[in-house]
Ligand binder design. Sequence first.
Ligand code: SAH
Length: 224
Amino acid sequence: MAEAERAARERMVEVQLRGRDITDERVLKVMGDVPRHHFVPEDLRHQAYADGPVRLDKGQTISQPYIVALMAQLLELEGEEAVLEIGTGSGYQAAVLSRLAARVYSLERISELAVQASEKLRKLGYENVEVLERDGSKGLPEHAPYSAIVVTAAAPEPPEPLKEQLALEGRLVVPVGSQDGQTLERWRKGKGGALSQERIAPVAFVPLMGEHGWKTDHRPFWAR
Ligand code: SAH
């Protein structure tokens, strides 16, 4: 069984990642190692290695493997960093990041998801990840600054606290736009503290709800 899943994962890496523009060898290796099928809901396991997002409980989604890999690659991790993730969801992306950096703090506003993800990560041996139930739009000042911050939900604007909590030369990757569609952006803090922005690709994420995110969920009821 584990062999079939490993083979599916290898195909996913070759076709969906290497076949596109994922070139960071560390990211490719980790995407080939982390068992995505353990993070998708049991009745949707057949979708675990497909080229698309998978629905989670509570109207949330685990991103398409390519998007997870792209965001990880954009963070330019070398192994020693502290990373902040906003939107734990299933915990899959946190698991991927934990194998690319020294420490991952992952924030989730929905209690049930935070608890489930935390238990799963512990059970699977991802010990350098800490999941906290928080409004992640405010970041996590206690452990700031971070070399890399990734927001896995759609923000109307890059949240100010996250820009502040970025280390000098740090990278912030965030989908910015409306609740219907966003542009994946990378913000970089220079040596002197100035921020610069790059627009990477069109994406579609569930909304970042909270003080520095959206106040209301505008999605139709059937999409929540
Ligand atoms: N990275 C996740 C997928 C994230 S889906 C994975 O690999 O599975 C987006 C998640 O962001 C959802 O779980 C949603 O509840 C969470 N979220 C939305 N707004 C948030 C906020 N302000 N703080 C923390 N989490 C938030």
